[in-house]
Design a protein around this ligand. Sequence first.
Ligand code: PMV
Length: 326
Amino acid sequence: MKATAIAPANIAFIKYWGKSNNELRLPLNDSISMNLSGAYTTTTIEFSPTVSRDEVKLLDGEFSEKEIARVVAGLDRIRALAGVHLSARVVTQNSFPKGAGSAASASGFAALTMAGFAAIGKTLSEKELTVVARLGSGSACRSIPDGFVLWKSGDMSDHSYAYSLHPSSCWDIRDALVIVDSRMKKISTTDGMESVVTSPHLAKRLAALPQRVDRCIAALRDKNFSMLGSVVEEDCLDMHKVMQTQSPPCVYWNAATQKIMDAVISWRMSGLPVYFTIDAGPNVHVLYEAIHEKEMAKKLLTLTDVEKIIYNKATDGAKLVDQHLF
Ligand code: PMV
């Protein structure tokens, strides 16, 4: 059978950086995210006796050898769980540049997992799907449930899963993803996380995280935007402090990133409730509530050195659709 899934990228409000188990991709801490309506991956998969070895194709771009190997490893996990030994044809398409932070691997592995199990004819619960997606790319597990999502760190594979805290309709938060450089990042998240323990700041971050996670959950529950924005910005800066103090250092920001952070802070000083967050790349997510959409659109247009802005709302998680890519 052929199946197609669409999965959104997600932006982490509380970030995941560092693993307690590399092979199982168990994170050092719980993380929280929002699914992004304007940045998504569509993937069609067919397992078939007429295919002699896995064929993996990215429309509008090319996968590296390493990326293809990661997709094939994802297919192997699906085949092993279903007890099926057929090769697959996979065609996938992103709505946004592959190097926009770590977004493409999250939406990519969420779409691959959902389409893969449907195509192979094995039904998994949402929780189980998040566990399998996590093994492909950690943050992918957060792209499966709807809206605002928590990923529990867990001490073994089945305990490290994601679930929805609130549906996307519960709060109209906007995320303008300001792309300043759409090329692939220099250091992959997998490589960067390998040396997280070398940061002298890691212990302090891990000690602060449980309370920060609670503040983020409370802000989402109470729809308190200034509380949410403050905790999101605090955690972004804290994660980048860890990254930048690792050996070798992971410095993902560039001059354009810094300029946008400065602009967001100055807009806030002048009374607009707006905050930023940044993943493993130079591009900046600018967060605000829908009521400030008009003023924000004007402000965002004044930014320089920008390649593109992707406007997002909160959205549902991965879903199966009938329109196939082949
Ligand atoms: O799941 P990965 O390997 O793409 O890592 C994601 C890491 C960050 O984007 C920096 C943080 C996060 O929680 O999304």
